[in-house]
Design a protein around this ligand. Structure first.
Ligand code: BDR
Ligand code: CA
Length: 522
């Protein structure tokens, strides 16, 4: 006679066997299948990512390719942060670094629908992904058996209706062409998530940086012109086509700068991704303990931190835009509009989006030297119950950074020794443009000294945590380095470099009532 316990085990084994059989039919599963993973995978959402791989796009790829709940169907590339050839190379290299060379990469548009292409070397460097020494050479070519538009259509339309997501984190040219050629696809997909635009006018209280105007610095809303965000600015006609499509509008979620500037890769976040957020001080790891894949993302963020500090005066850490557009498809409950944590937060508010397409456009008016409003995103709130675009106003930074860190751990586990790939250069020297005035230079160069211990690293970089401030830090309120190390070493904690707006937001976070009030009303 079987005991209850034996019966339960037998039933579990049978269920697991069935799940494994189903999983074996799905080529997208990882090799390290176990019961848990199979169950997760069966629940997974499928996603196509369209990107112009620069620094934050790399993190979007990481989360799309290494989240157990997502099946990444493929990636299309677009010009933007750099010319198409470079963004395609960077995409293939990042996939190589994280062990997902099985994901097909299709090169898409090399320029906008009607205008001259813009690039962003000031933010992302000439390669589009400058400042890294750990990026491997890609071994798998980009696909050319069909166009990117046809590949997107085939992959998305092959999913059951209402299940697949399209996530766009670059200029919107590919996406506009896709729905122009295949209008029925809009009805078929589950959602469209777009990183782009900026709303301004107090939509959130995130600091958006300043712009030099006359004798002083003035607040700005856009990051490419005072009014326009880069992805939308590059191809405003493409963006307008998408947001004026009623079917797409009601399925679209917009992740504007007003939201992404709340998700800062502070120094502490950078270290957390390097060593793991839950690392305890007594473990005293050396840089030898850090895998190349972690170093890669650490260098990506330190370079991004440098350019954001230089260009926008944002010294608390770079806003990490693109992974949020993937995360909102994967974990919508980590985003909210009217009050933190409300399960239906994103369902409360809907907007129409109009893109201004008139006015001067092009290299002469870029980087703030213009009064032109071309590329501006105009959001108007809709009456409750009307379909329209979702625009989150807040997010759970801590959970989102933990999600990204989890993707790094998963990458390491899945790649094993391969996660320790060789650095691209041999000397470990950083490119000269990597000089940083926010501590990142020391951080990055120390990472290259493999026998440096964490304490030495912290002492040299002044990164000892101010324990009292940890929970107030807007980018990551976690418990990284929990012990009172600065007392132990007798070193004063470093100034966290928070802007006044960030500090006041951090203070308000203690008060749920105030937060709710702050996030209401356009
Ligand atoms: C957007 O512009 C690009 O530089 C980034 O990758 C991001 O997609 C932010 O404005
Ligand atoms: Ca991008």
């Amino acid at each position: 006679m079987m005991s209850n316990f034996q019966r339960r085990i037998a039933a579990d084994e049978l269920r697991l066997g069935i799940l494994k059989h189903l999983a074996s039919l799905d080529m997208a599963f990882d090799q390290d299948i176990d019961g848990q993973r199979v169950v997760e995978s069966l629940r997974s959402k499928s996603v196509w990512l369209d990107c112009d791989t620069g620094h934050d796009d790399a993190l979007a790829i990481l989360i799309a390719a290494r989240s157990p709940d997502l099946r990444l169907l493929g990636i299309s590339t677009v010009y933007g942060n750099a010319p198409l050839e470079k963004t395609t190379y960077n995409t293939r290299a990042v996939l190589q670094a994280i062990g997902r060379t099985d994901v097909p990469v299709y090169p898409g548009a090399s320029g906008p629908l009607e205008r001259e292409a813009c690039f962003a070397p000031g933010i992302h460097g000439e390669t589009g992904l400058d400042g890294t020494t750990c990026l491997p050479k890609p071994t798998v070519e980009a696909k050319t058996d069909m166009s990117a538009i046809d590949a997107m259509y085939r992959a998305l339309s092959a999913q059951p209706a209402g299940t697949a997501w399209l996530v766009a984190v670059g200029t919107l040219t590919n996406v506009a062409k896709l729905f122009d050629k295949y209008p029925d696809l809009a009805e078929h997909i589950s959602g469209l998530s777009v990183m782009g635009g900026c709303i301004g006018e107090g939509f959130t209280d995130a600091p958006l940086g300043t712009i030099q105007a006359g004798d002083g610095a003035q607040d700005r809303c856009g990051n490419w012109t005072p009014f326009a965000e880069f992805n939308i600015y590059c191809d405003p006609e493409a963006a307008q086509q998408i947001f004026s499509n009623p079917t797409l509008s009601r399925k679209a979620t917009l992740i504007p700068l007003d939201l992404t500037h709340q998700f800062l890769a502070t120094n502490r976040v950078q270290l957390g991704l390097l060593f793991g957020f839950d690392m305890q001080m007594h473990t005293e790891p050396t840089m030898n303990d850090v895998s190349a894949v972690r170093r890669l993302f650490f260098e990506i963020l330190t370079f991004f931190a440098k350019t954001y500090a230089e260009m926008f005066g944002l010294t608390a850490g770079p806003p990490t835009h693109d992974p949020l557009a993937v995360a909102v498809a994967l974990r919508p409950e980590l985003f909210y509009c009217n009050g933190r944590g409300s399960a239906d937060g994103l369902q409360n508010e809907r907007f129409t989006i109009d893109i201004i397409t008139e006015g001067e456009h092009g290299p002469a008016v870029e980087n703030g030297r213009t009064a032109s409003q071309c590329g501006r995103t105009v959001a108007n709130g809709l009456v409750a119950g009307t379909d329209g675009v979702r625009i989150p106003r807040g997010l759970d930074s801590k959970a989102l950074w933990a999600l990204l860190e989890g993707c790094l751990s998963r990458t390491e586990r899945s790649m094993g020794e391969d996660a320790m790939f060789e650095r691209r250069d041999t000397g470990g020297a950083l490119p000269s443009q990597h000089a940083v005035d926010t501590g990142s230079e020391d951080m990055a160069s120390l990472v290259h000294g493999s026998n440096v211990t964490l304490s030495q690293f912290e002492m040299s970089t002044g990164l000892l945590p101010d324990i009292a401030a940890i929970d107030k830090e807007p980018g990551y309120g976690g418990h990284f380095l929990e012990t009172n190390k600065e007392k132990q070493l007798g070193i004063t904690p470093r100034n966290l470099n928070l802007t006044r707006a960030q500090q006041s937001r951090a203070d308000e976070d203690e008060d749920e009532g105030k937060r709710t009030k702050r996030s209401r009303g356009l």
